[in-house]
Design a protein. Structure first.
Length: 233
């Protein structure tokens, strides 16, 4: 093979690669997803205690189909899908973590709250699990935004669980359209955030306690849930 032939082949290969890259960019630019986000809570009961401890909010754990920026939906109790051309502005667990932090800050009842234990020197850690975060079509249509988060308050010094509780809200969308579904998600998550933040501030003592102190006896508490129908009910 001559030098000219090799050079011509290399040029053709480079041009083809550039063309494919350009097509990929064009394709991505033709149909960008509509991005949505949700809002933190900013109004709380005036009776919330003022606490002198700090807390870290860890990223929520979630099943693989919820650990994404795509907006999940379920046509049946045993199926999982996503809305086309629409997405959250961040992965759902990270978006929820941000909203929990902001909601706690908005109470103005806590010394410090953050994501990094090296930044706030926490007395407690709030661990959460995102159990439900999808629009459900199998009970009614328009769909219902179903949000369920299980929270655990852990004492940082000895990693002892102080309390555990589930928070669940279901809000029916005004229409079977993504903006209406997102609004229903905002209302459902807002109810969960308000209840969870209030619980987080009320469970531990307002003042930090010495290491080794037994956790407060809170008794058995039922989950905080509203507006949700179980499949088949």
């Amino acid at each position: 093979m001559t030098m000219v032939t090799r050079a011509r082949g290399a040029l053709i290969t480079a041009m083809a690669g550039a063309l494919l890259a350009a097509c990929a960019v064009l394709s991505a630019g033709e149909d960008p997803p509509n991005l949505y986000t949700l809002t933190p809570k900013s109004t709380f009961d005036a009776s919330l205690p003022r606490v002198s401890w700090q807390i870290v909010v860890e990223p929520p754990t979630a099943a693989a189909y919820l650990n994404t920026s795509r907006i999940a939906l379920a046509m049946t109790p045993t199926s999982a899908d996503y809305y086309a051309k629409s997405a959250w502005a961040d992965r759902a667990p990270l978006m929820v973590q941000t909203l929990i932090v902001e909601s706690l800050e908005n109470t103005h009842r806590i010394v410090g709250v953050g994501r990094d234990p090296l930044a706030v020197r926490p007395t407690y850690v709030l661990q959460t699990e995102l159990r439900e975060f999808q629009a459900e079509y199998f009970n009614v249509k328009p769909p219902t935004a179903h949000v369920r988060i299980v929270g655990r308050i852990v004492r940082q010094s000895d990693r002892q669980i102080i309390a555990t509780r589930g928070f669940e809200r279901c809000v029916r969308a005004a229409a079977d359209q993504v903006p209406s579904v997102v609004q229903a998600f905002d209302e459902a998550l807002g109810g969960v955030l308000k209840a969870m933040v209030s619980w987080t501030l009320r469970v531990p003592p307002p003042q930090p306690v010495p290491d080794g102190t037994p956790p407060p006896a809170r008794g058995t508490r039922e989950d905080d849930t509203a507006g949700c129908e179980k499949p088949g009910s």
